[in-house]
Design a protein around this ligand. Structure first.
Ligand SMILES: O=P(O)(O)OC[C@H]1O[C@](O)(COP(=O)(O)O)[C@@H](O)[C@@H]1O
Ligand SMILES: [Mg+2]
Ligand SMILES: [Mg+2]
Length: 336
């Protein structure tokens, strides 16, 4: 199968049907994310030159020191998403509560909800290591034309209509799914166009990379400790390799291409894990499953978790199916 390089929006697979978004509005929403990603990418790429690195001087609702780039990315994505008259509500890691957006035209009622981690991997900003953006898209569940409610945001991950991430790395990529596989687009910064560079992304059958902050090892559940020891002691012809960037998007992206597992288990400092269900775990889980991978908290499928609050955290394990299932077996046997 050869795929001609096309810009974001459609690609033609020789002798097969062209791939188009499921609806014009969703396509337009994804294009607004593409636009915001280009603007943020431009700032990320010169962060060291202009006064956009370092702390913003405020803390977000998570109690984390906001970085200037966190706030910049948050503002750019919210501005861009608000303008398109498609989105009726936005929730962001950097906003205490959700933002309700009224339709500009009363004859056209916005119906999409977006949840976003505008800048993922914030601890990497000042040291020139890859960061990302993560987004999750739902249809509202409350009546169109009325102000959005919290229940529009507290939907299970299995209800997502689209999800994706931007990775600002050695190249800038937009990777997303609308429920029909995963496609990766690489930005040509010279002309500001995303090209389909990674069609139908799927995890390799087996993987040998495990990504976890081993500094928290003593805090981990016994099942996780046993799995890490298994990876360290496994001889085999492909011994396991530990790779941890400290940016979920970057670790996940590498693992999806090379095969691997990402873990952020619970511990004494993070009794429910560190990562947020709605705008980190669910979107990455949707992509993982669409790429023949798997995602859970060690027991329950991530996208089946019933959300209870906007910024709730869950233990997160995600990656190659056989590696996730091996860890789940250790959790089953050794538990907490
Ligand atoms: O520094 P730690 O505790 O290992 O946590 C690293 C994890 O935290 C995160 O940075 C959390 O995301 P934010 O940067 O958006 O808060 C993940 O991207 C990353 O995988
Ligand atoms: Mg994050
Ligand atoms: Mg963030």
């Amino acid at each position: 199968m050869t795929v001609k390089k096309q810009t974001l929006g459609e690609f033609i697979i020789e002798n097969q049907h062209s791939f188009k978004y499921s609806s014009g509005e969703l396509s337009s929403l994804l294009n607004s994310i593409r636009l915001a990603a280009k603007v943020v990418n431009h700032e990320v790429n010169k962060a060291g030159l202009v006064d956009i690195i370092g702390a913003y001087g405020d803390t977000n609702i998570q109690g984390e020191d906001q970085q200037k780039l966190d706030v910049y990315a948050n503002n750019k994505f919210i501005q861009t998403l608000t303008r398109r008259n498609i989105v009726c509500g936005i929730a962001s890691e950097e906003e205490d509560s959700f933002i309700s957006i009224n339709s500009i035209d009363e004859n056209h009622q916005n119906k999409y909800i977006v949840l976003i981690d505008p800048l993922d991997g914030s601890s990497n900003i000042d040291v020139n290591v890859s960061v990302g953006t993560i987004f999750s898209i739902y249809r509202r569940v409350t009546p169109v034309g009325t102000p959005v409610q919290l229940e529009d945001f507290l939907q299970k991950g299995s209800e997502q209509v689209a999800a994706g991430y931007v990775v600002y790395g050695t190249s800038t990529m937009l990777v997303y799914t609308t429920g029909d596989g995963v496609n990766g687009f690489t930005l040509n910064p010279a002309i500001g166009t995303f090209y389909l560079s990674h069609p139908n992304m799927t995890f390799p059958e087996d993987g040998n990379m495990y990504s976890v902050n081993e500094g928290n090892y003593l805090d981990f559940p016994l099942g996780v400790k046993k799995y890490i020891k298994y990876c360290q002691e496994e001889e085999g012809d492909r011994p396991y390799t530990s790779r941890y960037i400290g940016s979920l998007v970057s670790d996940f992206h590498r693992n999806m291409i090379k095969g691997g597992i990402y873990m952020y288990p619970k511990g004494s400092r993070n009794p429910n894990g560190k990562l947020r269900l709605l705008y980190e775990c669910n979107p990455i889980a949707f992509i993982a499953e669409q790429a023949n991978g798997k995602s859970s908290d060690g027991y329950t499928r991530t996208m089946d978790v019933e959300p209870t609050e906007l910024h709730q955290r869950v233990p997160f394990i995600c990656g190659s199916k056989n590696m996730v299932e091996k860890l789940e077996a250790f959790m089953e046997e050794f538990g907490e």
